[in-house]
Design a protein around this ligand. Structure first.
Ligand SMILES: *Cc1c(COP(=O)(O)O)cnc(C)c1O
Length: 405
């Protein structure tokens, strides 16, 4: 038994049973359906965060519940020492619909960063350039929370106290073509970049800069890793955000939306970039399990349908138009709308966390990001009526925050 707080209060544990690494909102949900969440006390909230771009088809999407329960009755987990037909099916779908020749499955976005880094370094190692280990990333980036992923992002907030960091990473300033030109050399291993920064505040990399990065990578033999964990899986109206930008990666990280709420991630790569990854070089106990892959395959089938993606773009235009009007009518609260497709951000003039809190009172859930931005990442199939309701509730939120309580 642990210390008795009755007799020695000074030894009572000051830490709650759940490790307090989050500043949690005082909300707990018991049910979800589509874009709506119901709290313990019965209040209903319109969810524009979707678990941070995770619930791509909304909460408890019937198509996914069906495949989940069907698969759960048949087979949950087997080791990767066996063939896994559901995994093969999902990999084949992704290979058919993207630049990639091959796929490795993970349970999270962080794990995709780990493999992307390992794959890039192994590529040069096997190509007789083992000294090519330097990886370039960008200020404001987020690639996950492992020691490798925080080294890649390099932000003070994430790395402080966790050193020594994995060596070999250099963080370049945001949107600075000159810095990119100076940094990418024949000694560089890889460049890792989010086509649209999520945690960094919904910041798209300008197309011309991404194209220049690709050209510099080609010239120097550097591998381009795109982190589409947040901006991928249909969020911008194409299956992956880079499809708009005239650029293809060598390696791509995918997670969040691909499982629709089931923990699933994937590293997609060209045959060339993946050529160093031979049997025994990487693995995962849960990665690519039958349950996750059955769900992922259904989700990819639905989301990659051109008619579905056209609907995402139509809904995105509707939401954006409403948000532009919202910003125009609350100039003291908001500065601008930014982002692409259904990956949108409201750049705020008042503290974004105050706005998010007023949102709870108005029954609408958003997600704060860096750069004083509120993120809007609704389900890709959000009904038009919910878009209208969301705009009404965001307006209530803006009115409330502008009036000091
Ligand atoms: C969320 C996120 C990650 C990390 O994913 P986890 O599943 O939380 O490990 C990596 N990259 C980007 C761009 C993300 O948004």
């Amino acid at each position: 038994m642990k210390g008795n707080s009755m007799t020695s209060p000074e030894t009572a544990s000051p830490i709650p049973p759940v490790l307090p690494t989050y500043n949690r909102a005082p909300l707990a949900f018991v049910r979800g359906e589509g874009c709506w969440l119901e709290a313990e006390d019965g209040r209903r909230f319109l969810d524009l965060g979707s678990g941070i771009a995770v619930n791509a088809l909304g909460h408890c999407a019937p198509e996914l519940v069906e495949v989940l329960t069907e698969q759960a009755r048949r087979l949950w987990h087997v080791s990767n020492v066996y063939r896994i037909p559901e995994q093969e099916r999902l990999a084949a779908l992704l290979v058919e619909r993207t630049f990639a020749d091959t796929v490795f499955f993970t349970n999270s976005g962080t794990e995709t960063a780990e493999l992307a880094i390992k794959m890039a370094r192994k590529f040069h190692y096997e190509n007789g350039q083992p000294e090519r280990t330097a990886i370039l990333s960008f200020e404001g980036a987020f690639h996950g929370r492992s020691t490798g992923a925080i080294a890649a992002a390099g932000s003070e907030k994430m790395v402080k106290g966790f050193g020594p960091l994995m060596p070999g990473f250099t963080t370049l300033p945001w949107n600075d073509a000159g810095a990119v030109r100076a940094a990418i050399t024949p000694d560089t291993c890889a460049v890792i970049v989010e086509p649209i920064q999520g945690e960094g505040g919904i910041r798209p990399v300008p197309d011309a800069l991404l194209q220049e990065i690709r050209a510099l990578c080609d010239k120097t033999g550097t591998l381009l890793i795109l982190d589409e964990v947040q901006c991928g899986m249909g969020r911008t109206g194409r299956l992956f955000a880079h499809e708009w930008k005239g650029v293809t990666p060598d390696i791509m990280m995918v997670a969040k939306g691909i499982g629709g709420g089931f923990p699933l991630g994937a590293v997609l790569a060209t045959a060339r970039a993946a050529s160093g990854m031979t049997a025994g070089s990487h693995g995962s106990t849960y990665g690519g399990n039958p349950l996750g892959c059955a769900i992922g395959a259904r989700l990819v089938e639905i989301v990659s349908d051109p008619a579905f993606l056209a609907e995402v773009s139509r809904k995105a235009a509707l939401l954006r138009q409403g948000l532009e009007a919202l910003v125009a009518s609350h100039p003291a609260v908001f500065e601008e709308v930014r982002g692409e497709g259904l990956m949108l951000g409201l750049k705020c003039r008042l503290p974004n966390t105050d706005l998010a809190r007023e949102g709870y009172a108005a029954g609408v859930l958003t997600v704060a990001a860096a750069d004083n931005v509120l993120r809007l990442l609704p389900a890709l199939n959000i009904p038009d009526a919910d878009i209208a309701e969301a705009l009404a509730r965001l307006d209530r939120m803006a009115v409330a925050v502008a009036v000091p309580a």
